[in-house]
Write a protein that binds this ligand. Structure first.
Ligand SMILES: Cc1cc2nc3c(=O)[nH]c(=O)nc-3n(C[C@H](O)[C@H](O)[C@H](O)COP(=O)(O)OP(=O)(O)OC[C@H]3O[C@@H](n4cnc5c(N)ncnc54)[C@H](O)[C@@H]3O)c2cc1C
Ligand SMILES: *[C@@H]1O[C@H](CO)[C@@H](O)[C@H](O)[C@H]1NC(C)=O
Ligand SMILES: *[C@@H]1O[C@H](CO)[C@@H](O)[C@H](O)[C@H]1NC(C)=O
Ligand SMILES: *[C@@H]1O[C@H](CO)[C@@H](O)[C@H](O)[C@H]1NC(C)=O
Ligand SMILES: *[C@@H]1O[C@H](CO)[C@@H](O)[C@H](O)[C@H]1NC(C)=O
Ligand SMILES: *[C@@H]1O[C@H](CO)[C@@H](O)[C@H](O)[C@H]1NC(C)=O
Ligand SMILES: *[C@@H]1O[C@H](CO)[C@@H](O)[C@H](O)[C@H]1NC(C)=O
Ligand SMILES: *[C@@H]1O[C@H](CO)[C@@H](O)[C@H](O)[C@H]1NC(C)=O
Ligand SMILES: *[C@@H]1O[C@H](CO)[C@@H](O)[C@H](O)[C@H]1NC(C)=O
Ligand SMILES: *[C@@H]1O[C@H](CO)[C@@H](O)[C@H](O)[C@H]1NC(C)=O
Ligand SMILES: *[C@@H]1O[C@H](CO)[C@@H](O)[C@H](O)[C@H]1NC(C)=O
Ligand SMILES: *[C@@H]1O[C@H](CO)[C@@H](O)[C@H](O)[C@H]1NC(C)=O
Length: 622
């Protein structure tokens, strides 16, 4: 009965919209925007002075806006301006009974859900200078800070605009520009490169831009290749788990990340965005149909396949915090598909020696081409745990595949593993839709802060060749044996995706394996040890992987904070065009983030451990 009504209802909608050309209207929060006159008046002010300032303006500078100016600015925002109070400050308050609050913060510090709801908390706090950590996490090695009884705003932005309208975002961009203040954008704060923080900055917080709309039949106005199927429009603050809930509700599939609390429309999709569905459907950025954004001039515009097409190209893979503040995107939806997942743990011990472990791993990696070409994706880790090797398959995902077919395709691997002595108890589940498979297969990940990583794409040309595959395998194993841990993806981009005209790193189109190495330490480790560990990643270990993969690259959103030659690694042949567009759309450098397009024209004044640019220092022109 209920089904029949639903069917009749959706049929009725279908027949209405099938004949109507449908371009989604603005979200309510996008309807209040500044008059063009106001925007223009800011851009036509004499600006020679502003442009020549060697550094951004900081609270210690005479030019820093007065309290009166901040109050006036706040009034134009209807009171949405927040002065930064670091999240862990209750741990440092002397005049209150704060111990319970501090205990709670300390216990939950790695829980992203809670940190995301704070205006300025971020994951990669190391590069921010670790200002105001819960005391038991404050690293002894990093700081000359005398004791843990002080907490300052430090590397966090000075103020945040808690945006709920486009007008507030425009005003924030214009204020930062007029006052020569560093501007940052925080969505969720997941970024591994601390790209959503910065000392003395004004931050635009997009977290509450949560609007969503399901579009049964999108009507791209372009005559040829105009897409006319289902789509969704998502506000900038929508997170992966919310996007998937929407998809489930409407019986569609969205290409999105595995990370539960990552922002769908922020750094994720603008950086390219890989997905458990990438081996069949490519990158998340490949399916963007339209983008609304506030540019560096403070103007609110739409970029799509017929309007502002250069920005439309750049925002699909060129990276966040570079060309504007995106307020929403329309993205293509796919039909509902069945999905099979497998999870397992393998660890060394007893008669399953480390040699046997690597033998088992080799058999697996030897077949990466086969699995990726079946459309599979796998995301797993290999870690040092108390002298043993722990290998946990977070999830191996087989989209549009039944459990029966999946079992058949991996039977030879499981046979071989059995004969090598790998002891595992795989959990294989079939779901009739992606959202449920993802829900079961990808638990929420912890936000870790005592960590550094580096990464590399291994292309098909390298892995299909027995000799170079063996050399790659050995290089990965060696880095592990010298102290790193591994995060591995078996993933490809589907045939034809190399022809898509967007700014996704061309090296993505050729891969079969995306490998990351990471190191961790304890707050009590010595400065020399942590420095050497960190330097090993960049200067000793990752170069070996690079040498085996000439012309390949890596993923900007999961890379080394100080990736040498990042322009080539993150963007390949797209870089010159991305840089020209940066100069065209943001000539004054309103937007900046670590290793974002155009950031080579700027420098942070101080380093941490002698080699990591500190976001807790001044940003100056080179
Ligand atoms: C636990 C975890 C799981 C992950 N899983 C995946 C995955 O499955 N696939 C994948 O591809 N990546 C994954 N990532 C990496 C992820 O894509 C990046 O961390 C990404 O930068 C997060 O974007 P965000 O908007 O959520 O975070 P933020 O840190 O808030 O923002 C990241 C960058 O984008 C900018 N930005 C944010 N919003 C906007 C906007 N509206 N307009 C312009 N710029 C903006 C910020 O200024 C910053 O530079 C994961 C990361 C973590 C920590
Ligand atoms: C902005 O105004 C609101 C409401 O008037 C106020 O609560 C808030 O504290 C102000 N922000 C700052 C930074 O003064
Ligand atoms: C202060 O916090 C401690 C620890 O949680 C608690 O035991 C104590 O009752 C609190 N005191 C007051 C006055 O609230
Ligand atoms: C993280 O916090 C959220 C929101 O409070 C909560 O639902 C979740 O259970 C927490 N996760 C963990 C691992 O504690
Ligand atoms: C640590 O801070 C406390 C409180 O401010 C102060 O009394 C103490 O002298 C400080 N200790 C050191 C070693 O600086
Ligand atoms: C930010 O704005 C949202 C939406 O209006 C509100 O719910 C939230 O409390 C605000 N957060 C802060 C810290 O002001
Ligand atoms: C691009 O956006 C503009 C403005 O909303 C619209 O008029 C145009 O039809 C859109 N182009 C496509 C291809 O949909
Ligand atoms: C793998 O081990 C972890 C604990 O380390 C456990 O939580 C998880 O359930 C295990 N997964 C499987 C599939 O056995
Ligand atoms: C390894 O030991 C287990 C018992 O711990 C045994 O069942 C298995 O047969 C042994 N395998 C080999 C290859 O010796
Ligand atoms: C899923 O697989 C079926 C065959 O099993 C095929 O007909 C269909 O096109 C596939 N769907 C997608 C979206 O690839
Ligand atoms: C395989 O790789 C090796 C080492 O890089 C190279 O010398 C050889 O020419 C490659 N073979 C083929 C068939 O490409
Ligand atoms: C750094 O790497 C070298 C090998 O290249 C190794 O001998 C040394 O132990 C490593 N140090 C740390 C702290 O990882």
């Amino acid at each position: 009965m209920r089904k029949a009504i639903q069917f009749a209802f959706s049929f009725a909608i279908w027949s209405i919209v099938a004949t109507a050309k449908y371009n989604p209207p603005l979200f309510h929060f996008e309807t209040s925007s500044l008059d063009n006159d106001i925007v223009h008046s800011h851009n036509f002010q004499p600006r020679g002075n502003r442009q020549q300032k060697p550094c951004k303006t900081y609270p210690s500078d005479a030019e820093w806006p007065s309290k009166t100016q901040w109050d006036a600015f706040n009034a134009t925002l209807s009171g949405a301006l927040i002065a930064t109070v670091p999240e862990a400050s209750p741990c440092y308050a002397s005049n209150a009974n704060t111990s319970t609050q501090c205990d709670d913060l300390t216990k939950s510090w790695s829980n992203s859900s809670l940190r995301i709801d704070d205006a300025t908390s971020i994951r990669s706090i190391l590069f921010q200078g670790m200002t105001c950590m819960p005391p038991s996490y404050a690293p002894r090695f990093l700081f000359t800070r005398p004791n843990a009884s002080t907490c300052s705003v430090g590397g966090f932005p000075a103020y945040t605009v808690n945006a709920t309208t486009v007008e507030q975002i425009q005003r924030a961009v214009l204020f930062a520009k007029d006052q020569n203040i560093r501007l940052v954008i925080k969505n969720t704060g997941h970024d591994f490169g601390a790209k959503s923080t910065g000392m003395g900055a004004l931050s635009v917080w997009t977290h509450y831009l949560k609007d969503t709309e399901y579009i049964e039949k999108y009507a791209d106005s372009k005559e040829q290749d105009g897409y006319g199927g289902p789509a969704v429009k998502l506000g900038a603050g929508v997170q992966v788990f919310e996007a998937y809930a929407l998809a489930k509700r409407y019986g569609i599939t969205l290409v999105g990340g595995e990370g539960r609390t990552v922002g769908h429309i922020g750094g994720y999709i603008q950086g390219g965005g890989h997905s458990p569905l990438t081996s069949i459907w490519g990158m998340a950025a490949d399916h963007v149909l339209s983008i609304n954004l506030v540019t560096a001039s403070g103007t609110f515009i739409t970029a799509n396949s017929t309007q502002n097409t250069d920005l439309f190209w750049a925002l699909r893979g060129g990276g966040g915090s570079t060309y504007g503040v995106v307020t929403s995107m329309v993205i293509k939806a796919f039909p509902k598909i069945p999905v099979t997942t497998m999870r397992y743990n393998i660890s060394t011990g007893g008669n399953f020696t480390q040699a046997k472990f690597w033998e088992a791993q080799k058999v697996y990696v030897d077949n990466f081409e086969k699995y990726a070409d079946l459309g599979h994706y796998a995301y797993y880790r290999v870690r040092h745990v108390n002298g043993e090797i722990m290998h946990d398959m977070t999830s191996w995902v087989a989209p549009n595949t039944s459990a029966t077919n999946f079992r058949a395709s991996i039977a030879p691997l499981l046979e071989k593993w059995k004969s090598v002595g790998a002891n595992l108890d795989p959990v294989i589940e079939e779901h009739d839709n992606f959202a449920d498979a993802w829900e079961a297969g990808f638990p929420q990940e912890a936000w870790t802060w005592n960590m550094r990583q580096a990464s590399r794409f291994f292309p098909r040309s390298v892995l299909a060749n027995d000799t170079s595959r063996a050399a790659s395998f050995d290089a990965i194993k060696k880095v592990f044996e010298e102290g790193a841990n591994l995060i591995m993806f078996n993933i490809r981009n589907p045939p034809g995706s190399e022809a898509i005209d967007n700014a996704v790193n061309p090296a993505w189109r050729k891969i079969l394996m995306f490998a990351l190495m990471f190191v961790t330490w304890s707050p009590t480790d010595s400065v020399d040890y942590v420095t050497q560990l960190s330097r090993n990643l960049t200067y000793e270990w990752n170069p070996r992987w690079k040498a085996l993969t000439p012309g390949s690259g890596t993923y900007m959103s999961e890379s080394d904070y100080i990736e040498p030659g990042w322009q080539e690694s993150f963007h390949g042949s797209n870089y010159p065009r991305l840089y020209d567009l940066k100069k065209k759309w943001d000539p004054e450098g309103v937007f900046y983030a670590q290793n974002a397009v155009g950031s080579e024209d700027w420098v942070m004044g101080e380093t941490l451990l002698g080699h990591l640019p500190s976001q807790n220092s001044k940003l100056c022109r080179k």
